[in-house]
Design a protein. Structure first.
Length: 199
């Protein structure tokens, strides 16, 4: 009973716009800092995708509006502050990609009947696919299609093959953080109704 009361207070606090903005600012700061752990090496960053994790968590915890905003701003702000990622075409395409992650995962998770591990993974996988599709479309718009432009091979390599370590990291780390935050009452994470849940 005491835990439920604590969780209710935390959820009510989460609904405060100021609290949401504070958390979104924290996730934005994390997105600026985490790439330093890859040593600012583009090849390593392209595999581990350090900016994706804060955006996914922001969409889940703060809602799709904040996830969209943080994802859209993060690569551009990081370029302005640190010169990476290169603004064209990488930074612009990443802006659209991360915005799609924050938007899709926030919307899907908010409308899930049950907030549980199965639902979380479903929302993550759909958001990852949507984000990569948006990234590919942005690259096509920026570089053009075909020889000398953006090719199907480049899409598969950038969106999937080279990103496997980062995808695995996200699929392990994000749910682990959400379960840990459930223990604090910050997020509503229910394990009930797994068989009847819908997204």
């Amino acid at each position: 009973m005491e835990r439920e009361s604590h969780a209710d207070k935390a959820v009510a606090q989460k609904r405060s716009p100021f609290f949401g903005m504070t958390l979104a600012a924290m996730f934005l700061a994390l997105g600026l800092v985490l790439p330093f752990f890859t040593g600012q090496i583009p090849q390593v960053g392209g595999m581990l995708l350090p900016m994706h994790i804060p955006v996914l968590l922001c969409g889940l915890i703060c809602g799709w509006q904040y996830g969209l905003g943080v994802g859209l701003v993060l690569p551009l702000l990081r370029f302005m502050l640190f010169g990476r990622p290169p603004i064209y075409p990488t930074g612009i395409a990443m802006s659209f990609e991360l915005a799609a992650y924050g938007l899709v995962i926030g919307l899907l998770y908010a409308h899930s009947r049950w907030k549980c591990v199965v639902s979380l993974y479903r929302c993550m996988l759909l958001a990852m696919l949507a984000g990569r599709l948006v990234w590919g479309l942005a690259q096509c718009a920026l570089l053009g299609l075909g020889t000398g432009g953006f090719t199907w091979q480049m899409f598969m390599a950038g969106a999937f093959f080279n990103a496997i370590p980062g995808i695995v990291l996200q699929l392990v780390f994000v749910p682990a953080v959400m379960v840990a935050l459930d223990r604090t009452g910050l997020v509503r994470f229910s394990r009930r109704g797994v068989s009847s849940e819908t997204v």
